[in-house]
Design a protein around this ligand. Sequence first.
Ligand code: GLA
Length: 401
Amino acid sequence: MKLQIIALTVFCALPLLAQKFTGLALTPPMGWNSWNKFGCDVNEELIKDTADAMVASGLLDAGYQYVVIDDCWHGERDSLGFIQADPERFPSGMRALADYIHAKGLKFGIYSDAGWKTCAGRPGSRGYEFQDARQYARWGVDYLKYDWCNTEHLNARGAYLTMRDALYAAGRPIVFSLCEWGNNQPWLWGRNIGHLWRISGDIGVVFDGEIKHDGWSSWGVLQIIDMRQNIRQYAGPDHWNDPDMMEVGNGMSVNQDRAHFSMWCMLAAPLMAGNDLSDMTQETVDILTNREAIAVDQDSLGIQALNHSSQDSVDVWFKPLAHGDWAVCFLNRDVVAKAINFVWADHQVVDDVADRKVTFADENYSIRDLWAKKAVGTTDKPFSAQLPGHDVIMLRLRPMN
Ligand code: GLA
């Protein structure tokens, strides 16, 4: 009898136990976020135009889904403490905006902060976590980016756990994006809390360099790639390392944008466009919608690439893919062109994380160039090509037998 009561109590309590909503990000989330291009200059016209453009430009068809409003959408809390959208910027309200976005087959994302104010000084969620989560659920939010400014004395794991539990209690499945810049090593504790976590400070529109601000820096593409070593084993389906939203289309050269995008795909990074989708060059569209590169990012194994070698400013990265395939990326970190002559037979790649190994002297693969979009031979002959400065050659290898 006693046992039965205990079993019944445990059984009844189970649905109440808070947890992360699982299965929402089995491959890295793809979408758009307002911050990199528009900063605080957000309003409902911009968000609706972006949703329209996401569909019209082919980004939705290529896999982009989330339209995320970053900082500065907030108005005041009402007399009961529920957060409201800024009535001037969002006169129709968030529910109407979510409906508009959903009607296009897209998903709606929003931003808050674990501290008492957001990074741009809008109301944060500290002390209002459960109320804010309920409000987001009512509005129809599908994705929450949760920042880390003004969090004095808070414990990061505890603060993110509180918001995870609040989202769960609100009952609407919401992708939870942790944004504490890697300060507290979220890859060690974030797996059961969020679906992705930032691993760096903010990206800037620079390929190689650091942009200094008052007391903080934003970082170039190469700096972010290099920033964290040995954390690839912590990423996988439903829990991704996030090297920040993309700067493709925001002012770097086409070569640099292509290299940036390719490396984000190799790193199994969330692919959040950060440019003006209503005003894109054809080159920007072509980069963001390269389906074969996207397929590398979205591969079902969800394994981050490993840095196989670095020589004369050319990195060679390998990413194990499903069905025995591999993606390979030659990244030219230098501004001058390099001659590539890669003798496959001299290389063996051993990936302990994925438990995969390839010895090219013994195995033959067909090679497809994912930017030239054509077959370029097999690995039983050396691969030779010219690689322009700050650019990549990205290949997909497929076993021949
Ligand atoms: C932090 C985040 C950015 C952005 C801004 C908004 O810097 O890292 O991605 O959300 O705050 O203020």
